[in-house]
Design a protein around this ligand. Structure first.
Ligand code: RIB
Length: 290
C-alpha cells in the first residue's frame, strides 16, 4: 500500500553548542551543518528507507527545489509537493554534546499548502493506504478526516505539540504517536491519559526509557535499544516513519515498534536529520539479522 504524508519540508541549520542558550543568553556554536529536515520530510524519508511506498504532500518556495529533489533522490514520490510564493520552511537547531536539542522553526510554505494539493493527493489514494500528518503544516484535521472518509488508515504525530491542533486532529486518528512531553501536554489539555483517548492505538516514546503502546489489549512497555546519544534530532520522526512502514507492510504492532526503536536508536547515534536516517539493511543488521 502507500503512505500519504501531509508534512513539512525544512532546510535544517544545525549548530553544535556546548549548552543550549537560556533566555537572554548568547552562545557561540562550534559547528554548523545544513541538511534536509522538517518533521514531515524526515518521516517520509524514514518510511521510504524502511521500504514503504511514500508520497509526500507539502509545499516549498522557489528556494526549496533542492529539497524536493533530495526527497525524490531518497525514494519519496514528490508529485504532490507544490511550489508557491512563500519561502521554504527552515529550522534553527542547537544540539548539546549529550544530544539534547532546542529547535526554532520558520514554517514558511509549510503553513500555506493549498487545499487543492491535499485534495489531488487523496484523489489518488486507495482504501487501506495510510494518511499521516504532524503539526508543522496547515490543514491537518481536514486531511485526516477526508482520508478516513475515503477508507484510509490515519496516523497523527502530535509534534510539535499544540493544543488546538491536537484537539482538532485526534477525532480523526486511528494511530497517535507522541513523546512523553507531548503526552503530558495532551493529558493536561484534555484531562485524559494516553490510554483513555478515543484513538485505537497510542504510542508514547520516552527516549532511552523505551516506549509504551496503549492498544486494544491495554498498555504494553517496550525497552529501548542501548545507545550512546550524540544528537536526538529527528529520532522521533525516524521512529514514526519506521512504525508506519512496518504497519503498512502488515507487521504486528509489537514487531513494527521493535523496528522503529532500532531505527531511532541508530539515528540518535549520528548527527543530522533526513540525510542520515538509517536504511532497512542497517536496521536489520542492528537487530542481529543474518
Ligand atoms: O524533528 C526534527 C525536525 O524538527 C527537524 O528536522 C526540524 O526541521 C524540525 O522540523
Amino acid at each position: 500500500m502507500t503512505i500519504w504524508n501531509l508534512g513539512s519540508i525544512n532546510a535544517d541549520f544545525a549548530y553544535a553548542v556546548s549548552r543550549l542558550p537560556g533566555p537572554g543568553e548568547t552562545v557561540a556554536a562550534t559547528a554548523l551543518d545544513r541538511g534536509l529536515g522538517g518533521k514531515g520530510a524526515n518521516i517520509s524519508v524514514a518510511a521510504a528507507r524502511a521500504a514503504a511506498r511514500v508520497v509526500h504532500v507539502g509545499a516549498i518556495g522557489p528556494d526549496g527545489r533542492w529539497a524536493a529533489e533530495r526527497l525524490l533522490e531518497y525514494g519519496v514520490d514528490t508529485r504532490h509537493i507544490a511550489e508557491g510564493g512563500e519561502v521554504t520552511g527552515h529550522a534553527v537547531i542547537a544540539v548539546e554534546p549529550c544530544g539534547e536539542n532546542a529547535i526554532l522553526i520558520w514554517p514558511g510554505a509549510n503553513a500555506a499548502i493549498p487545499e487543492s494539493v491535499r485534495d489531488a493527493a487523496l484523489a489518488a489514494a486507495r482504501t487501506g493506504d495510510w494518511a499521516v500528518t504532524q503539526n508543522e503544516t496547515n490543514g491537518q484535521a481536514g486531511w485526516l478526516s477526508a482520508a478516513r472518509r475515503l477508507g484510509l488508515r490515519t496516523a497523527y504525530v502530535a509534534a510539535p505539540f499544540e493544543t488546538g491542533a491536537a484537539r482538532a486532529a485526534l477525532p480523526h486518528a486511528d494511530l497517535l504517536i507522541l513523546n512523553a512531553v507531548e503526552a503530558r501536554q495532551l493529558s493536561e489539555a484534555t484531562g485524559a491519559a494516553p490510554g483513555a483517548l478515543s484513538v485505537a492505538d497510542v504510542v508514547v516514546t520516552r527516549g532511552a526509557e523505551g516506549c509504551t503502546w496503549h492498544g486494544p489489549g491495554g498498555a504494553r512497555e517496550f525497552p529501548a535499544d542501548p545507545v550512546q546519544a550524540v544528537d536526538a534530532t529527528g529520532a522521533g520522526d525516524t521512529f514514526a516513519g519506521y512504525l508506519l512502514a512496518g504497519l503498512d507492510r502488515g507487521l504486528p504492532m509489537a514487531q513494527a515498534i521493535g523496528m522503529a526503536q532500532s531505527a531511532a536508536a541508530l539515528m540518535v547515534a549520528r548527527r543530522g536529520t533526513a540525510d542520515v536516517i538509517p536504511d532497512l539493511a542497517e536496521v536489520q543488521a542492528a537487530r542481529g539479522a543474518p
